[in-house]
Ligand binder design. Sequence first.
Ligand code: CTP
Ligand code: MG
Length: 231
Amino acid sequence: MIWAVVPAAGSGRRFGAELPKQYALIDGRPLLRWTLERLAAVPQLSGLMVVLAADDPHWPGWDAISGKPLLTAIGGAERADSVLSGLRALPAVVGDNDFVLVHDAARPCVRPDDIERLTRLAGAADGGLLAAPVRDTLKRSTDGRAVEQTVPRSELWRALTPQMFRRGALVRALEGAIAQDRQPTDEAQAIEWAGGRPLLVEGAEDNLKVTTARDLALAEWLLGEAVKRER
Ligand code: CTP
Ligand code: MG
């Protein structure tokens, strides 16, 4: 039994539009809808929990996607608070030891076959995440002006989502982090702090997170290509 938790309670400050980015239209449909359909296309997935801002006036009220149940919860101030709220609100059929996929609403270009591979490989380990090896040469600068050092990239990965962990372990890891006033930037970091070693599963690099308004045009183009590819 695998459910997805989709944090969609952010305000999209860097995107900077009136309408939060998760509702920006891509080919006439809200970005969030694209994300949910790509998740629901994964056969292993049983249902979706979407985490919304408390005062979200834009939520269309979907209660199923591609025949899979969709529930909602109310998010919090930080992404980790929203994810925790979604995990707590999952139905009781999702056991403590069942895996949960956490996926950013703002990543509509994720490929269903990458998610399937993640569920297979991370499910055989103790959880993991989609990630992509760093390709650019990396520079370190403390003053933001001059380079001090080139950082070797061979051991570095970019963390993407989905990230998949056991429901109970992830709840405990996030609660532990929040209790210590530490904000993990992703689920894997909370698990690492709790002593776990999440498995890296290489995924397509075009699983971008729509962050600025310019990312939207790129996401639209990528999804157009994906629709052609999958036809
Ligand atoms: N998110 C959330 N709850 C929060 C903050 C973020 O559910 N308190 C969600 C966002 O809706 C998004 C995902 O987490 O789907 C990744 O966050 P990010 O890309 O940073 O989105 P925002 O926080 O909305 O954007 P910004 O940081 O530019 O304000
Ligand atoms: Mg944010």
